[in-house]
Design a protein around this ligand. Structure first.
Ligand code: ATP
Length: 325
């Protein structure tokens, strides 16, 4: 029997640990008799036929690198049915037997669409700093990102405490509040605003005043990027003009510094195990799945399931105000 030819690509936002996953796929795959082809720039790379045959040396010295050496992209053409059909045709022409995609829920939606027109195996690996994928406790890149963000929040706290200020700090997370909640807990934020919970900003303003009365020296309000910018700017203005509030209010948008950087030990661990496991699944003939981790165990999750909404930890959310007294 001929060796299976497997394409691997990264798609959506880059995340630290994507390279570690790629390394694991290439080396585990080749060690177990697969032909591994890197597809550059996500789904776009299929249309461009940007294929590179990988060897164990192609992935040398990359486990510690942030970003992705095979590039990633958001590809508009793949949202269209004709685009998916065309991609399937190209994959047939090049005799691919399977694909391993490292990305987020959008990337997995793409795999679900591709499955309608292509009979090759498809396996997804959760790689996104947002940790918003149903079916896996953690996604590759999340641990590194929250560490990076916490370091920045600690610095902001120094300034806030020295000048007695309120800081509204926007953190990444697309439509979810996983980053906001974990960094909020980790830096002792007084408030965490996430899209999953509608918050009464009047109440937040009252709590800020009460905190000042309790002689708190600074207030950090972590805001997930999924919360409306308009609301936040209006809220900041409201605090600035709030009678009885002596603290100045500042907004800080952390932006893309949260994405890059060398992956943490935990992200390397997760990426390496998920990458290897994805290869094992391909060899077992599995398809239409995401590999993930639940309670420290490797699991397979049907791709359709990954499209469900993952809920944030309501217990962690409920203790924030008690911890800010
Ligand atoms: P992250 O959220 O970390 O950025 P993601 O995988 O969710 O990762 P998206 O931009 O949503 O990022 O999706 C990545 C790519 O997957 C898209 O650019 C597109 O090519 C493909 N894709 C997303 N949704 C669909 C869809 N409904 N149908 C076909 N392809 C899709």
């Amino acid at each position: 029997m001929k060796n299976k030819k497997i394409g691997v690509f990264c798609s959506g936002g880059d995340a630290p640990g994507m390279n570690a996953a790629l390394r694991a796929i290439v080396r585990r795959g080749i060690a177990r008799g697969l032909k591994i082809i890197a597809i550059h720039r996500g789904y776009q790379g299929i249309f461009d036929e940007a294929f590179e045959k990988m060897t164990p040396r192609s992935v040398g010295n990359i486990i510690q690198l942030g970003g992705t050496i095979i590039k990633t992209a958001r590809c508009k053409r793949f949202y269209e049915e004709e685009g998916v059909q065309e991609a399937a045709e190209i994959l047939r022409k090049h005799e691919f037997d399977g694909l391993i995609a490292i990305g987020g829920d959008g990337t997995f939606r793409g795999l679900i669409e591709l499955k309608k027109y292509w009979t090759g195996q498809v396996v997804g690996i959760p790689g996104t700093i947002d940790n918003d994928i149903f079916g896996t406790d953690y996604t590759i890149g999340f641990d590194t990102a929250i560490d990076t963000v916490i370091q920045m929040l600690d610095r902001i706290r120094d300034t806030a405490e020295s000048h007695q200020r309120v800081f509204l700090v926007e953190v990444m997370g697309r439509y979810s509040g996983f980053i906001a909640l974990e960094v909020g807990i980790g830096c002792g934020a007084e408030e965490v605003l996430v899209p999953e919970h509608v918050v009464d900003l009047e109440k937040v303003a009252r709590r800020v005043i009460e905190a000042q009365k309790r002689e708190k020296k600074s207030i950090i309000i972590v805001v997930a990027e999924g919360v409306s910018k308009n609301d936040i700017f209006n809220f900041s203005n409201k605090l600035t003009n709030q009678e009885g509030l002596e603290f100045q209010t500042h907004i800080s948008i952390l932006g893309h510094v949260q994405r890059g950087g060398s992956p943490s030990a935990l992200d390397r661990w997760l990426a390496t195990r998920l990458g290897s496991f994805a290869v094992d699944c391909i060899l077992d003939g599995d398809t239409g799945i995401m590999v993930g981790e639940q309670n420290h165990q490797l699991v397979q999750v049907p791709l359709e399931e990954t499209q469900k909404k993952k809920s944030i930890d309501t217990y962690a959310f409920s203790i924030i105000h008690d911890l800010a007294i």
